[in-house]
Design a protein around this ligand. Sequence first.
Ligand code: MTE
Ligand code: MO
Length: 548
Amino acid sequence: MPAWAGALAGLVSGGVALGIAQLVAGFVRPEAFPVLAVADATVDLSPAPVVDFAKETFGFYDKPVLVGGVLVVLALVAAAIGVLSLRRRLAYGLAGLGVFGVVGAFAVVTRPDSAGVTDVLPTAAGVAAGAWTLSWLVRRAAGDRAQMVGTAGGVQTTGAAGRGAPATGATHATDHGVPSAGGTVSSAGVVPSALDRRRLLTGVAGGVVVAGASAVLGWQVGERRTVSAARVGLALPKPTIPARPIPAGADLRISGLSPFITKNQDFYRIDTALIVPQVDPNKWKLRIHGMVDRPIEITYADLLKMPLTEADVTLTCVSNEVGGDLVGNARWLGVRMAEVLRRSGLQANADMLLSTSADGFTCGTPVDVVMDGRDALFAVAMNGEVLPVDHGFPVRQVVPGLYGYVSATKWVVDIKVTRFDRDQAYWTPRGWSAMGPVKTQSRIDLPRQGDSLKAGRTTIAGVAWAQHTGIDAVEVRVDRGDWREARLAQVPGPDTWRQWSLDWDATPGQHTIQVRATDASGHTQTEQQAPPAPDGATGWHTISVRVA
Ligand SMILES: Nc1nc2c(c(=O)[nH]1)N[C@H]1C(S)=C(S)[C@@H](COP(=O)(O)O)O[C@H]1N2
Ligand SMILES: [Mo]
């Protein structure tokens, strides 16, 4: 048996052991992953000068370097265990794995923050999985000698027998083509200790997949738990500048009409993330750099120490079709972006804030909009609750008046102060406009498209929005008759949507209802229909109902 085969089997078994340990740690306790515990224990046991030297040399990367070092040592040992198992005895290899399990388990339970014996579970599961994988790979590498002994002499049974087929399956053996080097039975009962390269390699591939998948899944689960625990443990500071009180008449309280405030669980969610980024607030930093006098980095704690502004702001997605539901209104708590940006000294010729999220999404926001005094926030809370993970925990941007794709970066970690003629954000090369001011829109919430109503007095109601401009009028017409002005609900300011309603004496038959809004700049929505791309849909929301 060549050494490389043993090393490979050992490495893959070690990988499976770590993957399964990570998976179990994800569910038990992320900190009980033995590699981390061993790394931390190594620091504790190292002489102080060595630790200081490492910190100075590697700086920010001291921890990754340390964990990397532990992994390299583990890899070497795993390879050696594999060679021993394949060339000498499997039992030696298994014993070696056992020793490592004991070291890992010991490190885990002796950590100051250990949760006790349950912390051993990831290590135990990992060692068990590694041991099983090792013996399985060793058997595959040796072409499952035990089974081959019983097969008919002279038949090349490498593949079939190895796959656990019954002895009669030997007739299928040739399906598997030319056996790999030496892996044949030359005559009944003679067991060559030669390598079955193909079966080893397919086994190795399977092991790699299992190791990778379980490690990724365990990591995800663990991050999720860590972040949600951190999120639950946070106390929200009080706003320095509270929101304007919501007037009593802001919510018409009509059943079927969108409530003035959208509940967090009902708030639409749009992002490019397949897996929602899990950002630990204790590790979060926002870096501001580019065309600034002083690049800065602020932590979550720094941010919460700054004056907090509370504001009711309606967020809209550029992809929202006329009449669509990619719009919601929430009370946000956060630090004014202008306040943070001023600390770094924006240069006069910069016109774009290119923000990046923890998962690499980018967004380009005009500097003048953010700096003009509106409630453009680095938001940390939504409707009195710490920002939900789906909505950008720990910190997201909210800018009244701009579509989300050019303003509302969730999980924001970096802002490059730059120029629109130098940089492009995520959606710009994908066919969406670089600039995305919200277009004035209105929507009929009730009745709903296709509803059947009883003849007589009924209510038509909905919402209209023109963030940071405000809605001045909403008009409704039935069957393309005269426009009638709807009653407008009150609003705390120009940054939220505005409810509206109108009584209608419905007569039997099929009817078309249309709505249009006029904003405070005097602009009335155009009838001209445009699709969402490249910069927002236009047209009047139109529904048809049947009245009986
Ligand atoms: N990190 C990140 N932030 C993002 C996005 C994204 O894909 N990734 N999408 C933006 C878009 S297009 C919109 S409309 C809003 C939606 O915010 P919500 O999911 O909280 O409603 O987030 C914006 N922020
Ligand atoms: Mo969006």
